[in-house]
Design a protein around this ligand. Structure first.
Ligand SMILES: [Ca+2]
Length: 339
């Protein structure tokens, strides 16, 4: 029976691996879906029926690296450390660290959603300084703004864990700043005068649930930041503006972090970027992707259905095979008993 079990699990593993490869190979098209649940109601609140499509060029998930120990779509720099089964660590819990992660190609989508799982943690009572997400004209230039250059052009979202001087504000503080290429970020006042919008997020560090943020942008409609750190699946609105700032048409997506005298681990666990559409995106002529168009299927995609069906088939196949094998074995045994 042990042999049978291991044979089954081997088959199971084989099918699972096959499924994963299949998903990878067809990546983009498989993820076409219609926003469901809170997502759908959120978008309909703006009078739009939003569809999304995964942007592989700006998404990053475990194991982060391909067989050449490179990432096809992202560059890593500074003190960044990658553990393929766990995280991309922009800074370790040590003083004077600076790390970054930048998309190789600019984000050209007009309407998009970027969902990031991250983790801020460390062993000290005092910690800092935080990390930032960027959508800027330039990339990979180290500097004093959470490890990125100052006087940047584009959008920065700061997860500021160290209060330099902002009386009356609870930290960690999350804020957005739009840089015009000339304005400087004032670290001494935690960017108070450069703030577009923001919110306090007490408990975002060392949270009990996976911490995530979701930034969504619809041209001329809204820019919105939501956070998850209190309960799993519960998105808390950090800010929303119906007058979204102009983001450079050619903007790289980046993540940077910095430690000074105080330190923390600043980890990026995953990045998932999506194109948002008001109507179903044009379907490419890939088998199995056309039928889902316009159908409200939630996040259940055709891809996962195929995978599920295949696994089920393989399972029955395996059970059937095992049964035949077992019967043959028993028959043989019975025969050997006879003689
Ligand atoms: Ca600060």
């Amino acid at each position: 029976m042990m042999l049978l079990t291991s044979a089954l699990s081997a088959l199971w593993l084989a099918t699972a691996a096959h499924g994963a490869v299949q998903q990878d190979a067809e990546g983009n098209v498989k993820s076409i879906g219609v926003s469901s649940g809170s997502s759908a109601s959120r978008h309909s609140a703006h009078g739009t029926n939003a569809f999304f499509q995964q942007l592989r060029t700006h998404s990053l998930n475990q194991p982060y690296l391909d067989s050449d120990m490179q990432s096809r779509w992202y560059d890593f720099g500074g003190d960044t450390i990658i553990r393929t089964d766990q995280y991309i660590r922009l800074t370790s819990d040590r003083p004077s660290q600076m790390g970054n992660l930048w998309s190789k190609v600019p984000l050209t989508a007009t309407n998009w959603e970027i969902e990031v799982e991250f983790k801020i943690h460390g062993k000290n009572q005092l910690y800092g300084d935080g990390f930032a997400m960027w959508l800027t004209k330039e990339r990979g230039r180290e500097g004093p703004v959470f490890g990125n250059q100052d006087r940047f052009e584009g959008l920065g979202i700061f997860f500021d864990t160290y209060k330099n001087n902002r009386p009356g504000v609870v930290f960690p503080y999350v804020m957005a700043m739009v840089g015009d290429g000339r304005t400087s970020y004032d670290k001494d006042t935690d960017g108070k005068n450069q703030e577009l919008a923001g919110c306090s997020a007490r408990g975002i560090r060392h949270a009990n649930v996976p911490t995530k943020f979701k930034l969504s942008h619809f041209q001329d409609k809204y820019l919105k930041l939501e956070l998850q750190y209190k309960n799993e699946g519960e998105w808390i609105l950090c800010f929303e503006t119906n007058e979204p700032p102009t983001i450079p048409p050619v903007a790289y997506l980046g993540f940077t972090a910095e430690t000074g005298e105080l330190s923390d681990n600043h980890d990026i666990i995953s990045v998932n970027a999506r194109n948002l559409y008001t109507t179903a995106p044009p379907t490419k002529s890939t088998p199995g992707s056309g039928k889902g168009k316009g159908k409200v299927t939630g996040q259940q995609t055709e891809g996962s259905w195929t995978w599920f069906l295949m696994k089920t088939l393989f399972f029955f196949f395996a059970v059937g095979g095992a049964y035949v094998g077992y019967t043959a074995y028993r028959t043989k045994q019975q025969r050997s008993h006879r003689f």
